[in-house]
Design a protein around this ligand. Structure first.
Ligand code: ATP
Ligand code: MG
Length: 561
């Protein structure tokens, strides 16, 4: 049995256990699963749970996993979404074989199955209005009422259904319903609608069809047609399982996949459903579906998340039967852990203030060697220009520092990372604003590399860049999109009220060491002491990188709460 690295160390979850038993007993030779997105939006991290589960099972067991577009609602679906979904699944590292599948490919068969149901006396055309159908359905405590059309003859139903197909009737005037049980305690079994009239253009079948099958009807039959063995879905479909089974049993199909439900992923400090994400995009609260603050896979990719960090996150949270919330910190830790091992270290000063080394010769450039990664010598070294004028972080200087402040201030000596020890001399401030303009220091030429031959102790080490040899860059400090754990908890307040006003802070004058300018779109680095950043793939140009903060070095939200 082939296992992915990520899955290797874990005990099997309940779904993988069922599959292992089915393989052992010989019920199935190999598992056949599917990932069935509706192409009505971009995929999000919740979908990643389903993708990693379905495709993970395929990889671990040498099975098959189909990518199937559940495209039965022409009014909301688009080709753009199909393309973005394929891109995201491939990016996560999964392969769906020769071709993707489309529920719309099955429209002719689904029509024939509907005719078969009618012929068996198990479906009928109903002319109640949508409101009447709802009223007749009853409630959890009251049984439903039978439609007056329920006992029409098979001939009448066949005739009406074909007229529905031929576009004779208007939208909403007729539906095809399964004839099951209006008194069932399960509302899904009270003669559910299985076909409706819709006269919109479908992204693949154009105007061929005037009627479209409903989700529950389409799903089980598509699974069956693809010989799916285990149809994995989220818990809200548990109540739909009897209908899934009823359709396949009633049609006496040659294959009957087993539906198994698992808990969906809920993540704090975000909203996840496509409908909510769409509202953020359409209301211009974010820039697009791939805004780096979004938990869409395209947003996470642009933010600097790697496929392995997402797979590892999904593996960490596991697969269970009970709905629960996962803290955003868990996702953030997955990318921190990943980049900690792989991202080269660089220096970039986000909020610069100038330091002038009075005793360092003007025009001189000292090329200082710095490690690209503190624990990984294989990543090599680079040279950084050290010059008389430098920039340091404004927050690394204090005019009147408390005792515990181990950085630069009057009377203080501090270490410049990989460089020299420098000693404060004086500073100037802007008269009007009181802001520090320049800090004068002297450097100790005996301390190249950062240690003093006389053994004197200097506690603080700060990062820096050469003022003369570095370039300003744009850096975007991204943070969580919402300020509360569950933006949807309060029914009185719209979730957009909880948007974090500081979720994107753009710095146009950060100063980057020269090697940062050469990075390519998508590259990730650690800015020492600041966090992990990646080169934005959309807005960077050659030689003009725009940096997105992927994540800070530590979880700053834990402190705030
Ligand atoms: P949304 O609720 O975001 O609109 P959806 O369920 O309508 O998503 P689909 O395109 O129908 O989106 O989903 C494709 C698959 O992904 C389904 O099998 C669905 O159960 C699964 N899925 C969607 N959201 C989650 C989630 N949060 N956790 C786990 N699986 C999910
Ligand atoms: Mg849905």
């Amino acid at each position: 049995m082939i296992k992915t690295d990520e899955q290797k160390d874990r005990a099997l979850d309940f779904i993988r256990q069922i599959i292992a038993e089915d393989l052992k007993s010989g019920k199935h030779q190999r598992p056949v699963t599917r990932f069935p997105p509706e192409p009505n939006g971009f995929l999000h991290i919740g979908h990643a749970k389903s993708i990693c589960l379905n495709f993970g099972i395929k990889v671990e067991n040498n099975g098959v996993c189909n990518l199937r577009f559940d495209d039965t609602n022409p009014s909301k679906e688009e080709t753009t979404y199909v393309e973005s979904i394929k891109k995201d699944v491939a990016w996560l590292g999964y392969d769906w074989g020769k071709r993707p599948f489309y529920a719309s490919d099955y429209f002719p068969q689904l029509f024939d199955f509907a005719v078969a149901l009618i012929t068996k006396g198990k479906a009928y055309v109903c002319q109640l209005s949508p409101e009447e159908i709802r009223a007749y359905r009853g409630t959890l405590t009251e049984p439903g009422k039978e439609s007056p059309f329920r006992n029409q003859s098979v001939e009448t139903n066949l005739n009406l259904f074909k007229k529905m197909r031929d576009g004779v009737f208007g939208e909403g005037s007729h539906v095809l319903r399964a004839k099951i049980d209006m008194t069932s305690p399960n509302l899904n079994m009270r003669d559910p609608v299985i076909y409706r009239i819709l006269k919109s253009m479908h992204h693949r079948t154009g105007d061929t069809w005037k009627i479209y099958p409903m989700y529950d009807y389409t799903h089980c039959l598509s699974d069956m047609l693809e010989n799916i063995t285990h149809s994995l879905c989220t818990l809200e479909f548990e109540d739909h399982r009897p209908l899934y089974d009823w359709i396949l049993d009633t049609l006496d199909t040659p294959c009957h996949p087993r539906q198994i439900e698992f808990a969906r992923l809920n993540l704090t400090y975000t909203v996840m459903s496509k409908r909510k994400i769409m509202q953020l995009v359409e209301g211009n609260y974010v820039e697009d579906w791939n805004d780096p603050r979004m938990v869409t896979l395209s947003g996470l990719r642009r933010r600097g998340y790697t496929p392995s960090s997402i797979r590892s996150f999904i593996n960490t949270i596991g697969v269970g039967k009970r709905d629960s919330w996962i803290d955003m910190t868990v996702l953030e830790n997955s990318i921190r852990d990943d980049l900690n091992g792989t991202a080269a270290r660089r220096m970039c000063v986000l909020d610069p203030v100038k330091v002038i080394l009075d005793n360092f010769p003007a025009e001189q450039v000292d090329e200082i060697e710095a490690k690209n990664h503190p624990q990984n010598p294989e990543m090599g070294n680079r040279l950084i220009p050290f010059t008389r004028e430098l920039y340091i972080e404004r927050a690394d200087f204090m005019d009147n520092p408390p005792r515990k402040f181990h950085r630069l201030g009057p009377g203080r000596e501090v270490r410049l990372r990989y460089g020299y020890l420098i000693q404060y001399v004086s500073h100037t401030t802007d008269e009007r604003t009181g802001r520090v303009v320049e800090i004068h220091c002297t450097y100790d030429p005996e301390t190249r590399g950062g240690s003093a031959p006389d053994g004197r102790k200097v506690k603080g080490t700060i990062h820096w860049v050469s003022a003369e040899k570095s370039s300003p860059v744009t850096v975007r400090l991204y943070d969580r999109l919402f300020t509360v754990e569950n933006p949807e908890a309060d029914k009185e307040t719209h979730f957009v009220e909880h948007l974090n006003p500081d979720s994107k802070i753009t710095l146009n004058n950060a100063i980057a060491e020269p090697s940062l300018i050469e990075l390519l779109p998508g590259d990730s680095v650690q800015f020492e002491r600041q966090g992990y950043f990646c080169v934005d793939p959309e807005e960077s140009e050659e030689g003009i990188p725009v940096f997105n903060r992927t994540v800070t070095l530590r979880d700053s939200w834990a402190k705030k709460r």
